[in-house]
Design a protein. Structure first.
Lengths: 275, 275
Protein backbone atom coordinates (compact mmCIF):
# COMPACT_ATOMS: atom_id res chain seq x y z
CA UNK A 1 0.00 0.00 0.00
CA UNK A 2 1.56 3.26 -1.11
CA UNK A 3 2.69 5.68 1.56
CA UNK A 4 2.07 3.27 4.39
CA UNK A 5 4.75 3.19 7.10
CA UNK A 6 4.90 -0.39 8.28
CA UNK A 7 6.65 -1.97 11.24
CA UNK A 8 7.60 -5.62 11.31
CA UNK A 9 7.13 -6.84 14.88
CA UNK A 10 8.89 -10.13 15.62
CA UNK A 11 7.58 -11.38 18.96
CA UNK A 12 4.15 -10.15 19.98
CA UNK A 13 4.41 -10.22 23.77
CA UNK A 14 4.18 -7.50 26.41
CA UNK A 15 7.07 -5.29 25.28
CA UNK A 16 6.67 -5.77 21.53
CA UNK A 17 2.91 -5.36 21.74
CA UNK A 18 3.26 -2.24 23.85
CA UNK A 19 5.79 -0.75 21.41
CA UNK A 20 3.41 -1.43 18.51
CA UNK A 21 0.47 0.18 20.32
CA UNK A 22 2.55 3.15 21.42
CA UNK A 23 4.25 3.74 18.08
CA UNK A 24 0.92 3.66 16.25
CA UNK A 25 -0.64 6.01 18.79
CA UNK A 26 2.33 8.38 18.30
CA UNK A 27 1.98 8.23 14.51
CA UNK A 28 5.43 6.68 13.99
CA UNK A 29 3.94 3.74 12.11
CA UNK A 30 0.49 3.21 10.68
CA UNK A 31 0.64 -0.52 10.10
CA UNK A 32 2.16 -3.39 12.08
CA UNK A 33 2.92 -6.80 10.62
CA UNK A 34 3.26 -9.30 13.45
CA UNK A 35 5.28 -12.51 13.55
CA UNK A 36 5.26 -14.98 16.44
CA UNK A 37 6.09 -18.66 16.80
CA UNK A 38 3.05 -18.92 19.08
CA UNK A 39 -0.13 -18.56 16.97
CA UNK A 40 -2.19 -17.84 20.12
CA UNK A 41 0.03 -14.92 21.10
CA UNK A 42 -0.16 -13.59 17.55
CA UNK A 43 -3.95 -13.88 17.45
CA UNK A 44 -4.19 -12.10 20.80
CA UNK A 45 -1.95 -9.30 19.52
CA UNK A 46 -4.28 -8.88 16.53
CA UNK A 47 -7.31 -8.89 18.83
CA UNK A 48 -5.68 -6.24 21.05
CA UNK A 49 -5.02 -4.05 18.01
CA UNK A 50 -1.26 -4.17 18.50
CA UNK A 51 -0.82 -6.10 15.25
CA UNK A 52 -2.77 -5.27 12.07
CA UNK A 53 -1.66 -8.23 10.00
CA UNK A 54 -0.31 -11.63 10.99
CA UNK A 55 2.68 -12.33 8.77
CA UNK A 56 5.93 -14.15 8.19
CA UNK A 57 9.47 -12.85 8.48
CA UNK A 58 9.40 -12.55 4.65
CA UNK A 59 6.81 -9.80 5.13
CA UNK A 60 9.67 -7.58 6.29
CA UNK A 61 10.10 -6.47 2.65
CA UNK A 62 8.76 -2.96 2.39
CA UNK A 63 8.64 -2.35 6.15
CA UNK A 64 10.33 0.80 7.41
CA UNK A 65 11.78 -1.00 10.43
CA UNK A 66 11.81 -4.30 12.31
CA UNK A 67 11.43 -4.60 16.08
CA UNK A 68 12.71 -7.91 17.46
CA UNK A 69 10.95 -8.47 20.78
CA UNK A 70 11.65 -12.13 21.54
CA UNK A 71 13.39 -13.70 24.57
CA UNK A 72 17.15 -13.06 24.63
CA UNK A 73 18.22 -16.48 23.34
CA UNK A 74 16.24 -15.96 20.12
CA UNK A 75 17.24 -12.38 19.31
CA UNK A 76 20.36 -13.03 17.23
CA UNK A 77 18.63 -15.54 14.97
CA UNK A 78 15.63 -13.27 14.42
CA UNK A 79 17.80 -10.25 13.64
CA UNK A 80 19.77 -12.33 11.13
CA UNK A 81 16.53 -13.45 9.49
CA UNK A 82 15.10 -9.99 8.87
CA UNK A 83 18.04 -7.58 8.80
CA UNK A 84 18.67 -7.70 5.05
CA UNK A 85 15.05 -6.75 4.30
CA UNK A 86 14.69 -3.54 6.35
CA UNK A 87 16.59 -0.24 6.63
CA UNK A 88 16.61 -0.41 10.44
CA UNK A 89 16.30 -3.24 12.96
CA UNK A 90 16.34 -3.07 16.76
CA UNK A 91 15.67 -5.38 19.69
CA UNK A 92 14.33 -4.91 23.22
CA UNK A 93 16.33 -7.54 25.14
CA UNK A 94 17.41 -7.14 28.76
CA UNK A 95 20.95 -8.43 28.04
CA UNK A 96 22.99 -6.82 25.26
CA UNK A 97 26.60 -8.02 24.95
CA UNK A 98 25.85 -11.73 24.32
CA UNK A 99 23.48 -10.75 21.50
CA UNK A 100 26.11 -8.49 19.95
CA UNK A 101 28.74 -11.22 20.30
CA UNK A 102 26.45 -13.80 18.66
CA UNK A 103 25.59 -11.56 15.73
CA UNK A 104 28.62 -9.69 14.42
CA UNK A 105 25.84 -7.14 14.09
CA UNK A 106 25.10 -5.28 10.85
CA UNK A 107 25.51 -1.47 11.08
CA UNK A 108 21.75 -0.85 10.90
CA UNK A 109 21.02 -3.03 13.95
CA UNK A 110 20.52 -0.92 17.08
CA UNK A 111 20.56 -2.86 20.40
CA UNK A 112 17.92 -1.45 22.76
CA UNK A 113 16.61 -2.17 26.25
CA UNK A 114 13.50 -0.34 27.38
CA UNK A 115 13.44 -0.68 31.19
CA UNK A 116 9.73 -1.25 31.52
CA UNK A 117 7.61 -4.22 32.31
CA UNK A 118 4.45 -5.45 33.94
CA UNK A 119 3.79 -8.44 36.16
CA UNK A 120 2.82 -11.56 34.27
CA UNK A 121 3.72 -10.39 30.80
CA UNK A 122 2.01 -11.30 27.55
CA UNK A 123 0.33 -9.02 25.06
CA UNK A 124 -2.75 -9.02 27.28
CA UNK A 125 -0.84 -6.67 29.60
CA UNK A 126 0.45 -4.48 26.73
CA UNK A 127 -0.19 -0.75 27.05
CA UNK A 128 0.52 2.23 24.79
CA UNK A 129 1.97 4.11 27.79
CA UNK A 130 4.35 1.36 28.98
CA UNK A 131 7.44 3.41 28.03
CA UNK A 132 6.18 6.82 29.16
CA UNK A 133 8.97 8.40 31.28
CA UNK A 134 10.82 5.09 31.45
CA UNK A 135 14.53 4.75 30.72
CA UNK A 136 15.40 3.20 27.37
CA UNK A 137 19.04 2.16 27.08
CA UNK A 138 20.64 2.03 23.60
CA UNK A 139 23.93 0.12 23.40
CA UNK A 140 25.38 0.79 19.93
CA UNK A 141 28.74 -0.73 19.02
CA UNK A 142 31.54 1.10 17.22
CA UNK A 143 30.12 -0.35 14.01
CA UNK A 144 26.57 0.92 14.53
CA UNK A 145 25.43 3.37 11.86
CA UNK A 146 24.74 6.80 13.42
CA UNK A 147 21.74 7.44 11.17
CA UNK A 148 20.13 4.15 12.24
CA UNK A 149 20.87 5.01 15.87
CA UNK A 150 19.13 8.37 15.49
CA UNK A 151 16.10 6.82 13.80
CA UNK A 152 15.65 4.31 16.62
CA UNK A 153 16.29 6.97 19.27
CA UNK A 154 13.45 8.92 17.64
CA UNK A 155 11.09 5.94 17.95
CA UNK A 156 11.70 5.60 21.68
CA UNK A 157 11.35 9.32 22.26
CA UNK A 158 8.09 9.31 20.31
CA UNK A 159 6.66 6.66 22.68
CA UNK A 160 7.70 8.68 25.73
CA UNK A 161 10.97 7.00 26.69
CA UNK A 162 14.02 8.70 28.18
CA UNK A 163 16.81 7.50 25.94
CA UNK A 164 20.32 6.97 27.28
CA UNK A 165 23.33 5.50 25.46
CA UNK A 166 25.61 3.10 27.30
CA UNK A 167 28.25 0.48 26.47
CA UNK A 168 26.65 -2.97 26.26
CA UNK A 169 29.02 -4.53 28.76
CA UNK A 170 28.42 -1.77 31.31
CA UNK A 171 24.65 -2.07 30.78
CA UNK A 172 24.75 -5.81 31.40
CA UNK A 173 26.81 -5.47 34.59
CA UNK A 174 24.55 -2.71 35.91
CA UNK A 175 21.28 -4.47 35.08
CA UNK A 176 22.63 -7.70 36.59
CA UNK A 177 22.58 -5.87 39.90
CA UNK A 178 19.50 -3.67 39.54
CA UNK A 179 17.18 -6.17 37.88
CA UNK A 180 18.52 -9.67 37.24
CA UNK A 181 19.79 -10.44 40.76
CA UNK A 182 16.52 -9.31 42.42
CA UNK A 183 14.60 -11.58 40.05
CA UNK A 184 16.87 -14.52 40.88
CA UNK A 185 16.41 -13.86 44.60
CA UNK A 186 12.64 -13.54 44.26
CA UNK A 187 12.36 -16.80 42.29
CA UNK A 188 14.50 -18.68 44.84
CA UNK A 189 12.69 -17.10 47.76
CA UNK A 190 9.18 -17.98 46.50
CA UNK A 191 10.40 -21.53 45.90
CA UNK A 192 11.63 -22.04 49.47
CA UNK A 193 8.78 -20.10 51.08
CA UNK A 194 6.24 -22.28 49.29
CA UNK A 195 8.24 -25.38 50.21
CA UNK A 196 8.34 -24.35 53.88
CA UNK A 197 4.61 -24.74 54.19
CA UNK A 198 2.44 -22.25 52.49
CA UNK A 199 2.16 -18.56 52.04
CA UNK A 200 -1.19 -17.93 53.70
CA UNK A 201 -1.22 -14.88 55.94
CA UNK A 202 1.65 -13.11 54.20
CA UNK A 203 1.57 -9.34 54.47
CA UNK A 204 2.08 -6.42 52.14
CA UNK A 205 5.87 -6.59 52.46
CA UNK A 206 5.82 -10.14 51.13
CA UNK A 207 3.51 -9.09 48.32
CA UNK A 208 5.80 -6.30 47.12
CA UNK A 209 9.02 -8.27 47.62
CA UNK A 210 7.80 -11.20 45.53
CA UNK A 211 5.93 -9.34 42.79
CA UNK A 212 8.77 -9.81 40.26
CA UNK A 213 8.67 -13.58 40.82
CA UNK A 214 5.49 -13.64 38.71
CA UNK A 215 7.51 -12.78 35.59
CA UNK A 216 7.64 -14.74 32.33
CA UNK A 217 9.73 -17.88 32.85
CA UNK A 218 11.17 -18.17 29.33
CA UNK A 219 12.15 -14.51 29.23
CA UNK A 220 13.88 -14.77 32.61
CA UNK A 221 15.58 -18.11 32.05
CA UNK A 222 17.13 -16.55 28.95
CA UNK A 223 18.20 -13.39 30.77
CA UNK A 224 19.76 -15.21 33.74
CA UNK A 225 21.49 -17.68 31.43
CA UNK A 226 22.84 -15.00 29.09
CA UNK A 227 24.05 -12.75 31.91
CA UNK A 228 25.07 -15.50 34.34
CA UNK A 229 28.64 -14.24 34.93
CA UNK A 230 27.59 -10.76 35.98
CA UNK A 231 24.59 -11.94 38.03
CA UNK A 232 26.56 -14.61 39.90
CA UNK A 233 29.37 -12.14 40.55
CA UNK A 234 26.87 -9.84 42.23
CA UNK A 235 25.32 -12.81 44.06
CA UNK A 236 28.74 -13.45 45.64
CA UNK A 237 28.81 -9.85 46.90
CA UNK A 238 25.33 -10.32 48.35
CA UNK A 239 26.35 -13.57 50.06
CA UNK A 240 29.26 -11.76 51.71
CA UNK A 241 26.94 -9.04 53.01
CA UNK A 242 24.45 -11.65 54.25
CA UNK A 243 27.28 -13.43 56.06
CA UNK A 244 28.19 -10.25 57.91
CA UNK A 245 24.58 -9.43 58.73
CA UNK A 246 24.06 -13.01 59.98
CA UNK A 247 26.98 -12.63 62.36
CA UNK A 248 25.55 -9.37 63.67
CA UNK A 249 22.16 -11.07 64.14
CA UNK A 250 23.87 -13.57 66.44
CA UNK A 251 25.65 -10.95 68.44
CA UNK A 252 26.10 -7.26 67.83
CA UNK A 253 22.59 -5.79 67.66
CA UNK A 254 23.90 -2.23 67.43
CA UNK A 255 26.05 -3.09 64.38
CA UNK A 256 22.99 -4.76 62.88
CA UNK A 257 20.87 -1.68 63.55
CA UNK A 258 23.46 0.63 61.99
CA UNK A 259 23.68 -1.43 58.79
CA UNK A 260 19.90 -1.67 58.49
CA UNK A 261 19.63 2.07 59.12
CA UNK A 262 22.11 2.76 56.31
CA UNK A 263 20.16 0.56 53.88
CA UNK A 264 16.86 2.12 54.96
CA UNK A 265 18.28 5.61 54.38
CA UNK A 266 19.32 4.65 50.84
CA UNK A 267 15.92 3.19 50.11
CA UNK A 268 14.00 6.15 51.54
CA UNK A 269 16.17 8.60 49.60
CA UNK A 270 15.23 6.75 46.42
CA UNK A 271 11.55 6.96 47.27
CA UNK A 272 11.87 10.66 48.08
CA UNK A 273 13.70 11.12 44.76
CA UNK A 274 10.72 9.76 42.90
CA UNK A 275 11.93 6.21 42.19
CA UNK B 1 -12.89 11.00 85.06
CA UNK B 2 -15.85 8.75 85.83
CA UNK B 3 -16.95 6.29 83.15
CA UNK B 4 -13.98 7.00 80.92
CA UNK B 5 -12.46 3.95 79.25
CA UNK B 6 -8.76 4.63 79.03
CA UNK B 7 -5.99 2.84 77.17
CA UNK B 8 -2.37 3.09 78.22
CA UNK B 9 -0.27 3.09 75.06
CA UNK B 10 3.40 2.32 75.66
CA UNK B 11 5.27 3.17 72.45
CA UNK B 12 3.64 5.74 70.20
CA UNK B 13 4.92 4.67 66.78
CA UNK B 14 3.16 3.44 63.65
CA UNK B 15 1.46 0.34 65.05
CA UNK B 16 0.66 1.70 68.51
CA UNK B 17 -0.54 5.01 67.09
CA UNK B 18 -2.69 3.23 64.54
CA UNK B 19 -4.21 0.99 67.22
CA UNK B 20 -5.05 4.03 69.34
CA UNK B 21 -6.66 5.86 66.41
CA UNK B 22 -8.57 2.76 65.33
CA UNK B 23 -9.73 1.76 68.81
CA UNK B 24 -11.01 5.26 69.53
CA UNK B 25 -12.77 5.41 66.16
CA UNK B 26 -14.42 2.06 66.98
CA UNK B 27 -15.49 3.27 70.42
CA UNK B 28 -13.43 0.69 72.29
CA UNK B 29 -11.64 3.40 74.25
CA UNK B 30 -12.41 7.06 74.65
CA UNK B 31 -9.11 8.22 76.10
CA UNK B 32 -5.49 7.26 75.37
CA UNK B 33 -2.59 7.93 77.73
CA UNK B 34 0.65 7.76 75.77
CA UNK B 35 4.13 6.86 77.04
CA UNK B 36 7.27 7.01 74.90
CA UNK B 37 10.99 7.27 75.64
CA UNK B 38 11.21 9.66 72.69
CA UNK B 39 9.47 12.95 73.61
CA UNK B 40 9.30 13.94 69.92
CA UNK B 41 7.42 10.76 69.01
CA UNK B 42 5.07 11.32 71.94
CA UNK B 43 4.41 14.94 70.95
CA UNK B 44 3.75 13.85 67.38
CA UNK B 45 1.29 11.22 68.61
CA UNK B 46 -0.57 13.90 70.56
CA UNK B 47 -0.57 16.20 67.53
CA UNK B 48 -1.95 13.36 65.36
CA UNK B 49 -4.76 12.75 67.86
CA UNK B 50 -3.60 9.21 68.58
CA UNK B 51 -2.72 10.13 72.17
CA UNK B 52 -4.92 12.37 74.33
CA UNK B 53 -2.56 12.75 77.26
CA UNK B 54 1.20 12.33 77.52
CA UNK B 55 1.89 10.29 80.64
CA UNK B 56 4.17 7.96 82.56
CA UNK B 57 3.87 4.20 83.08
CA UNK B 58 2.43 5.05 86.52
CA UNK B 59 -0.58 6.49 84.67
CA UNK B 60 -1.60 2.91 83.96
CA UNK B 61 -3.62 2.95 87.21
CA UNK B 62 -7.25 3.15 86.26
CA UNK B 63 -6.71 2.26 82.60
CA UNK B 64 -8.84 -0.56 81.18
CA UNK B 65 -5.90 -2.00 79.24
CA UNK B 66 -2.29 -1.44 78.26
CA UNK B 67 -0.97 -1.83 74.72
CA UNK B 68 2.82 -2.30 74.59
CA UNK B 69 3.93 -1.24 71.12
CA UNK B 70 7.70 -0.92 71.46
CA UNK B 71 10.48 -2.72 69.53
CA UNK B 72 10.79 -6.41 70.45
CA UNK B 73 13.82 -6.06 72.75
CA UNK B 74 11.90 -3.68 75.01
CA UNK B 75 8.59 -5.52 75.26
CA UNK B 76 9.27 -7.74 78.29
CA UNK B 77 10.51 -4.85 80.43
CA UNK B 78 7.54 -2.65 79.51
CA UNK B 79 5.02 -5.42 80.20
CA UNK B 80 6.67 -6.03 83.58
CA UNK B 81 6.43 -2.33 84.39
CA UNK B 82 2.71 -1.94 83.75
CA UNK B 83 1.15 -5.42 84.15
CA UNK B 84 0.27 -5.10 87.85
CA UNK B 85 -1.69 -1.89 87.21
CA UNK B 86 -4.12 -3.01 84.47
CA UNK B 87 -6.64 -5.85 84.03
CA UNK B 88 -5.33 -6.67 80.55
CA UNK B 89 -2.02 -6.06 78.76
CA UNK B 90 -1.02 -7.00 75.22
CA UNK B 91 1.86 -6.32 72.84
CA UNK B 92 2.18 -6.02 69.04
CA UNK B 93 5.67 -7.47 68.46
CA UNK B 94 6.67 -9.43 65.37
CA UNK B 95 8.46 -12.14 67.38
CA UNK B 96 6.61 -13.89 70.22
CA UNK B 97 8.46 -16.79 71.87
CA UNK B 98 11.53 -14.82 73.08
CA UNK B 99 9.21 -12.28 74.75
CA UNK B 100 7.27 -15.07 76.46
CA UNK B 101 10.53 -16.72 77.55
CA UNK B 102 11.86 -13.46 78.96
CA UNK B 103 8.67 -12.71 80.91
CA UNK B 104 7.29 -15.77 82.60
CA UNK B 105 4.16 -13.93 81.51
CA UNK B 106 1.29 -13.10 83.85
CA UNK B 107 -2.06 -14.70 82.88
CA UNK B 108 -3.58 -11.39 81.78
CA UNK B 109 -0.80 -10.71 79.23
CA UNK B 110 -1.92 -11.59 75.68
CA UNK B 111 0.90 -11.79 73.09
CA UNK B 112 -0.29 -10.31 69.77
CA UNK B 113 1.11 -9.66 66.32
CA UNK B 114 -0.96 -7.60 63.90
CA UNK B 115 0.52 -8.28 60.43
CA UNK B 116 0.26 -4.77 59.13
CA UNK B 117 2.75 -2.06 58.45
CA UNK B 118 3.64 0.86 56.27
CA UNK B 119 6.92 1.89 54.69
CA UNK B 120 8.98 4.21 56.86
CA UNK B 121 7.06 3.80 60.09
CA UNK B 122 6.50 6.38 62.79
CA UNK B 123 3.25 7.77 64.08
CA UNK B 124 3.19 10.14 61.10
CA UNK B 125 2.18 7.13 59.00
CA UNK B 126 -0.41 5.89 61.54
CA UNK B 127 -3.89 5.26 60.19
CA UNK B 128 -7.15 4.18 61.81
CA UNK B 129 -7.64 1.60 59.04
CA UNK B 130 -4.20 -0.03 59.28
CA UNK B 131 -5.65 -3.30 60.62
CA UNK B 132 -8.73 -3.45 58.41
CA UNK B 133 -8.90 -6.98 56.93
CA UNK B 134 -5.35 -7.72 58.11
CA UNK B 135 -4.39 -10.86 59.95
CA UNK B 136 -3.77 -10.44 63.69
CA UNK B 137 -2.05 -13.43 65.29
CA UNK B 138 -2.62 -14.08 69.01
CA UNK B 139 -0.16 -16.48 70.64
CA UNK B 140 -1.49 -17.27 74.13
CA UNK B 141 0.44 -19.70 76.33
CA UNK B 142 -1.15 -22.45 78.42
CA UNK B 143 -1.11 -19.98 81.31
CA UNK B 144 -2.96 -17.20 79.47
CA UNK B 145 -6.30 -16.30 81.02
CA UNK B 146 -9.14 -17.08 78.60
CA UNK B 147 -11.13 -14.01 79.63
CA UNK B 148 -8.16 -11.74 78.90
CA UNK B 149 -7.67 -13.50 75.56
CA UNK B 150 -11.29 -12.85 74.64
CA UNK B 151 -11.10 -9.19 75.63
CA UNK B 152 -8.03 -8.62 73.46
CA UNK B 153 -9.52 -10.63 70.59
CA UNK B 154 -12.48 -8.25 70.80
CA UNK B 155 -10.19 -5.20 70.49
CA UNK B 156 -8.59 -6.49 67.30
CA UNK B 157 -11.93 -7.46 65.80
CA UNK B 158 -13.28 -4.01 66.62
CA UNK B 159 -10.47 -2.39 64.61
CA UNK B 160 -11.15 -4.65 61.62
CA UNK B 161 -8.53 -7.37 62.09
CA UNK B 162 -8.93 -11.04 61.26
CA UNK B 163 -7.84 -12.74 64.43
CA UNK B 164 -6.12 -16.13 64.38
CA UNK B 165 -4.62 -18.04 67.30
CA UNK B 166 -1.31 -19.82 66.83
CA UNK B 167 1.47 -21.27 68.99
CA UNK B 168 4.22 -18.68 69.50
CA UNK B 169 6.97 -20.96 68.25
CA UNK B 170 5.06 -21.82 65.09
CA UNK B 171 4.29 -18.14 64.52
CA UNK B 172 7.97 -17.21 64.82
CA UNK B 173 9.09 -19.94 62.42
CA UNK B 174 6.42 -19.00 59.88
CA UNK B 175 7.03 -15.25 60.08
CA UNK B 176 10.79 -15.84 59.84
CA UNK B 177 10.11 -17.12 56.33
CA UNK B 178 7.24 -14.87 55.24
CA UNK B 179 8.50 -11.58 56.64
CA UNK B 180 11.85 -11.58 58.44
CA UNK B 181 13.93 -13.32 55.75
CA UNK B 182 12.62 -11.03 52.96
CA UNK B 183 13.55 -8.02 55.08
CA UNK B 184 17.05 -9.39 55.68
CA UNK B 185 17.46 -10.02 51.94
CA UNK B 186 16.18 -6.57 51.05
CA UNK B 187 18.52 -4.84 53.52
CA UNK B 188 21.53 -6.82 52.25
CA UNK B 189 20.54 -6.29 48.63
CA UNK B 190 20.14 -2.51 48.93
CA UNK B 191 23.53 -2.38 50.67
CA UNK B 192 25.38 -4.18 47.87
CA UNK B 193 23.41 -2.52 45.05
CA UNK B 194 24.28 0.90 46.42
CA UNK B 195 27.89 -0.19 46.88
CA UNK B 196 28.08 -1.44 43.29
CA UNK B 197 27.69 2.04 41.92
CA UNK B 198 24.36 3.66 42.31
CA UNK B 199 20.73 2.89 41.79
CA UNK B 200 19.89 5.41 39.08
CA UNK B 201 17.76 3.99 36.30
CA UNK B 202 16.27 1.20 38.38
CA UNK B 203 12.84 0.03 37.25
CA UNK B 204 9.55 -0.79 38.90
CA UNK B 205 10.69 -4.32 39.78
CA UNK B 206 13.54 -2.87 41.83
CA UNK B 207 11.17 -0.42 43.49
CA UNK B 208 8.77 -3.13 44.65
CA UNK B 209 11.49 -5.61 45.64
CA UNK B 210 13.28 -3.09 47.85
CA UNK B 211 10.29 -1.32 49.40
CA UNK B 212 10.60 -3.23 52.70
CA UNK B 213 14.24 -2.09 53.03
CA UNK B 214 12.92 1.34 54.02
CA UNK B 215 11.64 -0.09 57.33
CA UNK B 216 12.49 1.15 60.83
CA UNK B 217 16.04 0.08 61.71
CA UNK B 218 15.55 -0.37 65.47
CA UNK B 219 12.37 -2.40 65.02
CA UNK B 220 14.04 -4.67 62.48
CA UNK B 221 17.36 -5.07 64.27
CA UNK B 222 15.33 -6.29 67.25
CA UNK B 223 13.22 -8.67 65.17
CA UNK B 224 16.19 -10.20 63.33
CA UNK B 225 18.15 -10.53 66.55
CA UNK B 226 15.29 -12.07 68.51
CA UNK B 227 14.37 -14.52 65.75
CA UNK B 228 17.90 -15.18 64.45
CA UNK B 229 17.74 -18.99 64.69
CA UNK B 230 14.60 -19.34 62.60
CA UNK B 231 15.61 -16.67 60.07
CA UNK B 232 19.11 -18.08 59.55
CA UNK B 233 17.69 -21.59 59.23
CA UNK B 234 15.49 -20.37 56.38
CA UNK B 235 18.43 -18.44 54.92
CA UNK B 236 20.30 -21.74 54.64
CA UNK B 237 17.38 -23.22 52.69
CA UNK B 238 17.44 -20.18 50.39
CA UNK B 239 21.20 -20.52 49.85
CA UNK B 240 20.71 -24.15 48.80
CA UNK B 241 18.05 -23.15 46.28
CA UNK B 242 20.26 -20.33 44.95
CA UNK B 243 23.12 -22.79 44.56
CA UNK B 244 20.96 -25.05 42.41
CA UNK B 245 19.61 -22.15 40.36
CA UNK B 246 23.17 -20.85 39.86
CA UNK B 247 24.23 -24.21 38.45
CA UNK B 248 21.27 -24.19 36.07
CA UNK B 249 22.19 -20.64 34.98
CA UNK B 250 25.60 -21.96 33.95
CA UNK B 251 24.19 -24.89 32.05
CA UNK B 252 20.71 -26.30 31.90
CA UNK B 253 18.50 -23.47 30.68
CA UNK B 254 15.43 -25.72 30.48
CA UNK B 255 15.80 -26.76 34.14
CA UNK B 256 16.17 -23.08 34.97
CA UNK B 257 13.04 -22.23 33.01
CA UNK B 258 11.03 -24.98 34.71
CA UNK B 259 12.01 -23.82 38.21
CA UNK B 260 11.26 -20.18 37.40
CA UNK B 261 7.94 -21.23 35.88
CA UNK B 262 7.01 -23.10 39.07
CA UNK B 263 7.85 -20.07 41.24
CA UNK B 264 5.98 -17.75 38.87
CA UNK B 265 2.90 -19.99 39.04
CA UNK B 266 2.95 -19.87 42.85
CA UNK B 267 3.27 -16.09 42.83
CA UNK B 268 0.53 -15.57 40.24
CA UNK B 269 -1.81 -17.88 42.12
CA UNK B 270 -1.30 -15.72 45.23
CA UNK B 271 -2.08 -12.58 43.26
CA UNK B 272 -5.17 -14.19 41.75
CA UNK B 273 -6.19 -15.27 45.26
CA UNK B 274 -6.20 -11.67 46.41
CA UNK B 275 -2.83 -11.55 48.24
Amino acid sequence: MTGRRSLLLVGTGLVGGSFALAAKAAGVFDHVVGVDLDPKALAEAVARGAVDEAGEPAAAEGCAAACVAVPVAGIAACVRQVAAKVPVVFDVGSVKQPVIDALAPPPHFVPCHPIAGAAGGGVGAARADLFRDRTVVLTPTDATDRAALNVVRGYWRAVGGRVVVERAEEHDRRLAMLSHLPHLLAFAYVEVAEGAGGLAGAGSGFRDFTRIAGADAQVWADILHANADAVLGHLDELMAALGELSEAMRGDREALRARIAAAARVRRALEAGGL
